[in-house]
Design a protein around this ligand. Structure first.
Ligand code: FAD
Length: 451
C-alpha cells in the first residue's frame, strides 16, 4: 500500500515537473558566448530577482566582478506562503540559506543599503560604509507598510484573528487560525486587499477560496458568512480571470463589496473599519483622502498591507515622479529594456521596479535574462537589444486541487503558456504544477539562471 502511495506521489511529481518543462518557454538569453567586458556590478537585494540576476551574469561574463548586498541569511520562497497558510507546505520548506543560493564567485556583503547616490555611482550601507560601483542592479523588493493600517502591529500579526499571509510568520499563524475556523460558529469571515500596487495580487483571493474549501471539507461552511472587500471595481484584470473569479465567488457564497478600503483594525473588539471610496475616486486613491467609513465586525479577517518601494529607494532620485505609479516610490525604468530612464548604468526589475505589470516571481523569470543581456550590452558599449514584454503570471488556487492560471502581459494582453486551453478555467494540472513543480523550478532553474 505504502509502495503504491509512493509511486503515485512520484508520478504526480514527475507530471508536474514535465508540465514545468513546458512552461520554460521563450529563452531570451544567450548562454554560449562569454563577454570579456569588465566593471564592478553591485546587486542591491538578494531575493528572487537579485540571485537570478547574479546567476545569469556569472554565466555571461568571462571575469565577473559581482557583489550582492543582502542583509538576510535565509532566502524565502514567498510564493509558498499561500501554501503554508493553506496547510499544504510546511514553514521550513520555503526556506534556504542564502549561502547555498548565491553563486560562489559573487561577493556577498551581509548588510543593508541605507542611501543611494547615483550621481557618484555609490551607495551607503548601514555597517559597511560607502560602496562604489560601475553598474548597479537595484532589486530590493517591496516594503510592506503595515503601519498605514491603524491598529495593526507587524510584529503581532494574527492578534484578534486578523491575519496576513504576506510574511512567513503571518502565513503560519493564518494556518493555525484556519484549523480553528470550523469552530467559529456563525462566524463572519472577511477578506480584503489594498489600494497600492502589491506583490502577487492573487494571494488574497487564494486564501479566501482556500478557506472556503477548507470549511466545506470539514462540513463547517454552512453557518458562516464570507465577504470580500475589494478596493477596485472588479476582482482582477484581465477580464477573463476577473469574471471567472466573480462566478466562483457567487457559486461559493462569497459576497463581494467593491470600492472598500481598509483603514483600521480594532484587534481587541474585532472590528475592521473601511472607507467607502466614491465610484470616480482615482486609483490609487491617495492615502490622506477622507471618505465615509463603515465598521464591520469579524470573527476572522485576512488583510493586505499597502506596499511601496523600500524607503531608501523612495528617498533617492531614481523613482517615478509622475502619473499613476508615482505613489509608491517605484524605480523608474524603461518598460522594455529595464534600464533606468536617467542613469544608464542602473538596471531594475522585480517588485521594486515601476514596471506596469503584476509583481510576481513569474515576471522575474522573464525579466532577469533580458536585464542581464542588456546590462552586458551596456558594459560592452553597445545598445541594449533585448526587450521584456510585460509577462506575469499568477496561479490562483481556487480550491485544494485546482488552480486558475492567470498569465498576461502589458496592457493585460493574455499570454497563456498553453494557448490551446481555455484560459478562464481552473484545472487540476495547474494545481499539480503549483504544488509539486514551481518550487523546484524556482530553486533549481530560475535562481540558477537556467530558465
Ligand atoms: C503571499 C505571496 C504569494 C505569492 N505568490 C506568488 C505566486 O504564486 N507566483 C509568483 O510568481 N509570485 C508570487 N509571489 C511574488 C514573488 O514572491 C515576488 O514577486 C518576488 O519574490 C519578488 O522578488 P524580488 O527579488 O523583487 O523581491 P524579494 O524576493 O522580496 O527580494 C528582495 C530582497 O531585497 C532585500 N533588501 C530589502 N531592502 C534591502 C536593503 N535596504 N539593502 C539590501 N537588501 C535589501 C531583501 O532582504 C530581499 O532579500 C508571492 C508573494 C507573496 C508574498
Amino acid at each position: 500500500m505504502e509502495k503504491k502511495t509512493t509511486s503515485r506521489r512520484k508520478f504526480l511529481k514527475i507530471s508536474a515537473l514535465t508540465l514545468g518543462g513546458l512552461i520554460v518557454a521563450e529563452r531570451s538569453f544567450d548562454y554560449f558566448s562569454k563577454s570579456k567586458s569588465k566593471g564592478k556590478i553591485v546587486i542591491v537585494g538578494g531575493g528572487a530577482a537579485g540571485i537570478t540576476m547574479a546567476a545569469y551574469l556569472t554565466d555571461k561574463l568571462q571575469d565577473p566582478n559581482i557583489t550582492i548586498i543582502e542583509p538576510n541569511e535565509i532566502h524565502h520562497y514567498q510564493p509558498g506562503y499561500t501554501m503554508i497558510a493553506g496547510g499544504v507546505f510546511t514553514a521550513e520548506e520555503v526556506l534556504k540559506p542564502n549561502k547555498d543560493l548565491i553563486p560562489r564567485s559573487v561577493t556577498w556583503i551581509k548588510d543593508k543599503v541605507v542611501e543611494l547616490n547615483p550621481d557618484n555611482n555609490s551607495l551607503k550601507t548601514e555597517h559597511s560604509g560607502t560602496i562604489d560601483y560601475d553598474y548597479m542592479v537595484l532589486v530590493p523588493g517591496c516594503q510592506l507598510d503595515f503601519n498605514l493600517i491603524e491598529g495593526i502591529d507587524a510584529g503581532r500579526l494574527g492578534e484578534g484573528n486578523a491575519h496576513c499571509i504576506y510574511t512567513h510568520e503571518g502565513s503560519q499563524r493564518c494556518y493555525e487560525a484556519l484549523k480553528k475556523m470550523p469552530d467559529l460558529k456563525n462566524g463572519n469571515i472577511i477578506f480584503t486587499d489594498t489600494y497600492t500596487k502589491i506583490k502577487c495580487g492573487g494571494a488574497p483571493k487564494k486564501i479566501c477560496l482556500m478557506s472556503d474549501d477548507y470549511l466545506r471539507d470539514h462540513n463547517a461552511r454552512d453557518d458562516k458568512s464570507f465577504h470580500y472587500y475589494a478596493n477596485g471595481t472588479n476582482l482582477m484584470t484581465p477580464k477573463i480571470y476577473g469574471d471567472r473569479l466573480s462566478e466562483l465567488y457567487d457559486e461559493r457564497g462569497v459576497k463581494t463589496h467593491y470600492k472598500h478600503r481598509l483603514v483600521s483594525v480594532d484587534t481587541y473588539s474585532k472590528v475592521a473599519t473601511f472607507e467607502l471610496l466614491p465610484e470616480e475616486s482615482p486609483a490609487p486613491t491617495p492615502a490622506d483622502a477622507n471618505f465615509e467609513r463603515i465598521n464591520v465586525d469579524f470573527d476572522f479577517l485576512h488583510f493586505v498591507p499597502p506596499m511601496s518601494a523600500p524607503d531608501f529607494v523612495k528617498q533617492s532620485s531614481l523613482t517615478i515622479t509622475e502619473g499613476k505609479l508615482s505613489h509608491g516610490g517605484w524605480i523608474d525604468v524603461d518598460s522594455h529594456t529595464l534600464i533606468h530612464k536617467k542613469y544608464a548604468n542602473i538596471i531594475s526589475f522585480g517588485d521594486a521596479s515601476g514596471l506596469p505589470t503584476s509583481k510576481t516571481g513569474a515576471a522575474i523569470r522573464m525579466q532577469a535574462p533580458v536585464a542581464a543581456s542588456n546590462l552586458v550590452s551596456i558594459m560592452e558599449g553597445k545598445e541594449p537589444k533585448k526587450s521584456y514584454n510585460g509577462y506575469s503570471a499568477c496561479p490562483i488556487v481556487t480550491e485544494y486541487g485546482k488552480v486558475l492560471m492567470a498569465e498576461f502581459g502589458y496592457d493585460k494582453e493574455l499570454m497563456p503558456t498553453l494557448p490551446f486551453l481555455d484560459s478562464g478555467v481552473e484545472r487540476g494540472m495547474w494545481w499539480l504544477l503549483k504544488k509539486h513543480g514551481l518550487k523546484p523550478m524556482y530553486y533549481h532553474g530560475m535562481l540558477k539562471g537556467l530558465m
